[in-house]
Design a protein around this ligand. Structure first.
Ligand code: PRT
Ligand code: ZN
Length: 291
């Protein structure tokens, strides 16, 4: 399944909302490559992998056809293109929703009210499947851009478009009515590349790294000193301290306690750790956790 040069190919968005985080994720996996918005393909110098930088809309088809073995793309695009790819992992960025929005003053209140109306969208396939499931017969107006202007131009009565903060919809006098799908960036694979020995092995090696980087996100390594008899109290403060590393210190009766904690929890519990007897609390970032 690999091309003649024996290298894996991964497609990511050339220039857009997913680009920086896609590049950052791969660099966190220890992959060394140049990323320039000008070049289509950049080789990794320390892994048998080439990065293909293309439009996000083309990624599902590239991966389906095996032109790329892997791709990083939004679930919204995957759903719309209906390409045969295997989703491997959600990546925790590029969060957004595909939503139906209606003019603020419209009387449309529920999905039923959309019956017989025109909905402008660049996501006709996803919207069609949604309306079918809801048993609502509406007219889908396929647009190629500026969807949010279509009600004002009387091209549509409602729109179905990506929303993240909602400010674009508000600025255009629209009110979100319902969510068609939630989306984030995912890693997808060409199914046959997974079963092929050589490309399958390379993908598995890469997956171990990606999982390890994702696992470490939002986590911190916590170290502190405490009297040995304070341990039960410390464990009450941080439930994840169930099996901490406990190392005796040179001072008798004192121990060093190490554990992994979620960063959002840490600030809440720090004072309570101190009150329970912990001193010299040190928190350091974690780059990877390989399980
Ligand atoms: O050139 P190329 O085709 O590669 O890029 P593109 O312009 O088609 O896509 P791009 O870069 O805009 O988005 C890439 C992916 O990012 C999308 O497919 C989604 O998976 C994800 N994503 C996350 C978003 C948004 N957030 C987002 N807010 N994609 C688009 N938007 C747009 C939306 O279309 C609307 O115009 O932002 C506007 C709404 O934003 P709010 O914050 O005002 O609600
Ligand atoms: Zn696009």
């Amino acid at each position: 399944m690999l091309a003649t040069n024996g290298r894996l190919k991964l497609a990511l968005q050339r220039s857009g909302r997913l680009t920086d985080e896609s590049v950052q994720l791969l660099r966190s996996c220890g992959l060394a490559f140049e990323h320039s918005r000008q070049s289509l393909s950049s080789p990794c110098s320390n892994f048998d992998l080439d990065i293909l930088a293309i439009r996000d809309d083309d990624i599902p088809e590239f991966v389906q056809d095996g032109v790329a073995h892997l791709g990083i793309v939004g679930q919204n695009i995957l759903s719309e293109k209906q390409a045969r790819t295997r989703a491997l992992l959600p990546l925790g960025f590029g969060y957004c929703r595909l939503m139906v929005s209606v003019p603020e003053r419209s009387r449309i209140r529920s999905v039923r009210d959309l019956a017989g109306l025109r909905i402008g969208t660049t996501y006709p396939a996803t919207l069609r499947a949604f309306l079918k499931k809801q048993k609502v017969a509406a007219k889908i107006v396929k647009l190629s851009g500026s969807v949010e202007l279509s009600p004002a131009l009387n091209v549509a009565d409602a729109i179905c478009d990506i929303v993240s903060t909602g400010s674009t919809a508000r600025m255009n006098g629209l009110r979100p009515l319902l969510t068609v799908m939630e989306s984030q960036a995912v890693l997808v694979a060409h199914p046959q590349s997974l079963s092929d020995k050589r490309s399958g092995q390379l993908i598995e090696r890469l997956l171990i790294r990606v999982r390890a980087v994702l696992e470490a996100r939002g986590k911190r390594y916590l170290m502190m000193n405490a009297p040995a008899d304070a341990l039960p109290k410390l464990q009450k403060v941080i439930p994840s301290l169930k099996s901490p590393t406990v190392v005796p210190l040179a001072v008798s009766g004192m121990v060093a306690v190490h554990s992994v904690v979620a960063e959002d929890v840490f600030w809440d519990v720090m004072e309570r750790l101190k009150a329970a007897g912990a001193t010299d609390i040190v928190v350091v970032p974690i780059e990877t956790i390989v399980r």
